[in-house]
Write a protein that binds this ligand. Structure first.
Ligand code: CDP
Ligand code: MG
Length: 140
């Protein structure tokens, strides 16, 4: 299968604990290549728009507050079946349900502060990549 791309965020709970390298190593060990990366502080507008799909969920307001509470590292990852490969190494949304060997099992603090975001489909990956990166920032 050909290489595809997905979008990843190392969330504020992980950057705060200096886990950028540890998380990235787990992504790389899972067969993903970082082809774009930048550390940013998301604005409230960005976080609201990024998580718009969850706007009606009860956790939306707190999630926006959390995602803007500190720096994040946004990344484009490339690899075979990148969306699934990334979701597999991330583990379940709730760390209590995450399997051994996953990023969330290793590092997540709670269902909200769960260390990483990863796109859930090729279509959403393309949209999310374009939300944070221009083409010339992605070097495969
Ligand atoms: O990130 P993932 O795709 O696994 O889960 P999601 O259902 O798309 O939810 C997006 C994010 O919202 C999660 O990663 C959590 O940070 C947060 N969330 C939350 O705070 N409380 C929940 N009950 C569910 C999700
Ligand atoms: Mg999701």
């Amino acid at each position: 299968m050909a290489a595809t791309r997905t979008f990843s965020i190392i969330k504020p709970d992980a950057t705060r604990r200096n886990l950028t390298g540890a998380v990235t190593k787990m992504l790389e060990d899972a067969g993903l290549r970082v082809v774009a990366s930048k550390r940013i502080r998301m604005t409230e507008d960005q976080a609201k728009k990024f998580y718009e799909v969850h706007a009606e969920r009860p956790f939306y307001g707190e999630l926006v507050d959390f995602m803007t509470s500190g720096p994040v590292v946004v990344q484009v990852l490339e690899g075979e079946d990148a969306v699934k490969r990334n979701r597999d190494v991330m583990g379940a949304t709730n760390p209590a349900d995450a399997e051994e060997g996953t990023i969330r099992k290793a590092f997540a603090e709670s269902i909200e502060a769960n260390s990483v975001h990863g796109s859930d489909s090729d279509e959403n990956a393309a949209t999310e990549i374009a939300f944070f990166f221009s083409d010339d920032e992605i070097v495969g």
